[in-house]
Design a protein around this ligand. Structure first.
Ligand code: C2E
Ligand code: MG
Ligand code: MG
Ligand code: MG
Length: 280
């Protein structure tokens, strides 16, 4: 019996592997067409001021709306797009959409609503990355402060000095820089102090078990006090329940994001949410 089961398990595993390899192949092949067919869309997840519950901004998250498969999430296609280089074109679509959206949101709103864009490390290898933002800010007559760039810790280790130079240039333009998934990488404290960073986003893995895991509690407290000393803003990612929120409020964490407040929303739904919570 056991032998049979083992055989079945093996077969299931190899089927799954074949399927996932096939899917990866399909995804890779169809990405190019997806760009041409304009199948990429941007969803927005609100960021919230934890004391008031007010929407303080939004994070732009890319989605691939495949005509047959449906919505494909970024975790599936971004790594492939980073491998084959199409990430640049995909992110260009996101950047353009978000900046255009920022223009329309912020005309006729009393309180500024910034949006954050996730950028691949690979995008910092583009010589024209700074010029690109400059041109779009000009085109949409946007306050650069409204645009936030989310980067990951690995960017700090990049051996190419141009990467850090470009990060500085974007910040000099007036854009805000956030360190995404903070705590999961291997950033040293001296890097954080030296780099042009405005904000730390505490990774969801530390928020997930915040209510009952002492290690996560210690790490989150530590990040918050370090941020205070270094005069950095902090956002807690992945807040899903009231207990986590309470814990973060007690620690005086100022901003958060997570399913407790809202999932990422299609543009129309996000705008509807904004209307409902308008500060008029
Ligand atoms: P991220 O930047 O850390 O974004 C947060 C992810 O966590 C999003 O997944 C969001 O839907 C999810 N999330 C938010 N709140 C909660 C929560 O309370 N619980 C749980 N379980 N999840 C939550 P999503 O949209 O699937 O994006 C995954 C990752 O894909 C992002 O992680 C980001 O690294 C990457 N990504 C998305 N758009 C882009 C892009 O335009 N360029 C690049 N380079 N990466 C992108
Ligand atoms: Mg992000
Ligand atoms: Mg994140
Ligand atoms: Mg994360």
């Amino acid at each position: 019996h056991a032998k049979e089961n083992g055989k079945n398990n093996y077969k299931m595993f190899s089927d799954e592997l074949a399927q996932s390899t096939r899917r990866k192949y399909i995804v890779g092949n169809e990405l190019r067409n997806a760009i041409i067919r304009k199948e990429f869309d941007v969803y927005y997840q609100p960021k919230v001021t934890l004391t008031s519950g007010e929407i303080s901004g939004a994070e732009a998250l890319v989605r691939w709306i495949h005509p047959k498969i449906g919505i494909i999430g970024p975790n599936e296609f971004i790594p492939i797009a980073e491998e084959n280089g199409l990430i640049i074109e995909i992110e260009d679509i996101v950047i353009e959409k978000v900046l255009r959206q920022l223009k329309s949101w912020n005309s006729g709103r009393s309180k500024a609503l910034p949006a954050a864009i996730n950028l691949s490390q690979r995008h910092f290898y583009q010589e024209n990355i700074v010029a690109k933002f400059k041109a779009l800010l000009h085109e949409y007559e946007l306050d650069p402060n409204l645009v936030e760039i989310e980067i990951t810790e690995s960017i700090m280790m990049d051996q190419n000095p141009a990467v850090i130079t470009r990060l500085h240039e974007l910040r000099d333009l007036g854009l805000k820089i956030s360190m995404d998934d903070f705590g999961t990488g291997y950033s040293s404290l001296s890097y954080i102090k030296r780099l042009p960073i405005d904000k730390l986003k505490i990774d969801r893995s530390f928020i997930m078990d915040l209510s009952d895991n002492e290690d996560s509690q210690a790490i989150v407290s530590l990040i918050l006090s370090m941020a205070e000393y270094l005069k950095l803003e902090v956002v807690a990612e992945g807040i899903e329940d009231q207990q986590q929120l309470q814990y973060l409020q007690n620690l005086k964490c100022s901003e958060g994001q997570g399913f407790l407040f809202s999932k990422p929303l299609a543009i129309n739904d996000f705008q509807e949410l904004l209307k409902q919570t308008a500060d008029l």
